[in-house]
Design a protein around this ligand. Structure first.
Ligand code: PMP
Length: 363
């Protein structure tokens, strides 16, 4: 704590990202990165713009990328004015909290589940936005009726993190409709939607619901966590709100390399569909094998599984895996202290993980 920090900095409780080890080689199953490399076209596109034009600022409108995204969703009749892009979806979430949710003790609370992406409360605190945690059911499923109360907006990760559970499309739409009826935003964070067996993005309904904002990332489904690109889809007025906030911080959130790589990734989505089918197949195989070993699993629609073993504490399991060179994610917080979130790696990674689980559970 420095005497030079202002009150706001003193009061911050920042997000803690998953460990990025430097000391030894781990099988990294702790930050939901895609185990497969980006498409070769993406790497070529980035290399192609690594030239002297880097002395110039990038396009602040990010127009080419927004056109590519609108085209990709052409079946939903989207225009580039309905697309916002940002430096990872985290940045877009931060902007959305600033743009759409009121601050101060008198404001109605923003609602999100008690077990969800742990960055949401961090943003709420950063912008002094009151929030309430709405408990998920015991099986970590979400009851939309629990959100039927005065609120300043709802934020739902679908599929949820770290549980991996997805909402039924009918429920998600009903929640958006109820929020529209009371003039409130429904923000759906679809970071993991591509890994659902049947992806049902709410982006399909943007033209129906003026209060709906969907947030997406290239970090997981497009193997580009290192490039930092996310995007949001909503009606043009909401997108304009995000731009107002962005342009009050930094007009150039995406650099030339990121714009080129992300645009190529959007156009080469067939490559990624193939990688992600492999991730889904591995997830299903590992889930079956873990169940046979006595693990309990939450049904996953994401590129990770959320699992516990009735005979081993979560912290002990985490440490035992770590000792065997396998990094997973563990939160020492109520309700989920006995669970681990395990990202889906390659088949070889997961075989090593399963072998370690056999070793630990049979010891
Ligand atoms: N939303 C959820 C639910 C996430 O798990 C993550 C990844 N930690 C993000 C958003 C942010 O992803 P990125 O900033 O890499 O786009």
């Amino acid at each position: 704590m420095s005497k030079y920090w202002n009150q706001r900095t003193r009061a911050l409780s920042p997000y803690i990202p998953g460990e990025q080890p430097r000391d030894r080689k781990f099988i990294k199953l702790n930050t939901n990165e895609n185990p497969y490399p980006p498409s070769p076209e993406v790497i070529a596109a980035i290399q192609n713009v690594a030239n002297e034009d880097l002395r110039l600022y990038p396009d602040p409108e990010c127009l080419e990328l927004r056109i590519a995204i609108a085209r990709r969703y052409a079946r939903y009749a989207l225009t580039p004015e309905q697309v916002f892009v940002g430096n990872g979806s985290d940045e877009i979430l931060a902007f959305a909290f600033a743009a759409f949710f009121e601050s101060g003790a008198a404001a109605l609370p923003v609602l999100f589940p008690d077990i969800t992406y742990s960055f949401y409360p961090v943003y709420a605190r950063l912008w002094d936005t009151p929030f309430e945690l709405v408990p998920l059911r015991d099986d970590f499923s979400l009851n939309i009726d629990d959100y039927d109360r005065p609120n300043g907006g709802v934020v739902i990760a679908n599929p949820n993190a770290p549980t991996g559970r997805a909402l039924r499309l009918e429920d998600a739409r009903l929640l958006v409709e109820r929020q529209a009826a009371c003039g409130r935003i429904a923000l759906f964070d679809e970071a993991y939607m591509a890994f659902a067996s049947e992806p049902r993005s709410l982006a399909a309904y943007i033209n129906e619901y003026p209060n709906l904002l969907t947030v997406h990332t290239l970090s997981k489904a497009a193997s580009l966590a290192g490039l930092r690109v996310g995007y949001a889809i909503a009606n043009a007025e909401l997108i304009e709100g995000l731009r107002r906030v962005r342009d009050s911080f930094n007009s150039y959130t995406l650099d030339r390399l990121a714009l080129a790589g992300a645009t190529a990734a959007i156009y080469h989505s067939a490559y990624y569909d193939d990688c992600n089918r492999r991730v889904i197949a591995t997830r299903e195989r590992v889930s079956t094998q873990l169940t046979a070993l006595g693990f309990e699993l939450v049904p996953s629609s994401a590129n990770f599984i959320f699992t516990c073993h009735p005979a081993i504490k979560g912290s002990a399991l985490f440490m035992a895996l770590r000792e065997r060179g396998i990094l997973t994610r563990h939160w020492d917080i109520p309700r989920i202290a006995d669970y681990l979130r395990v990202s889906i790696g390659t088949d070889a990674d997961m075989d090593a993980f399963l072998a370690a689980c056999v070793d630990i559970t049979c010891a």
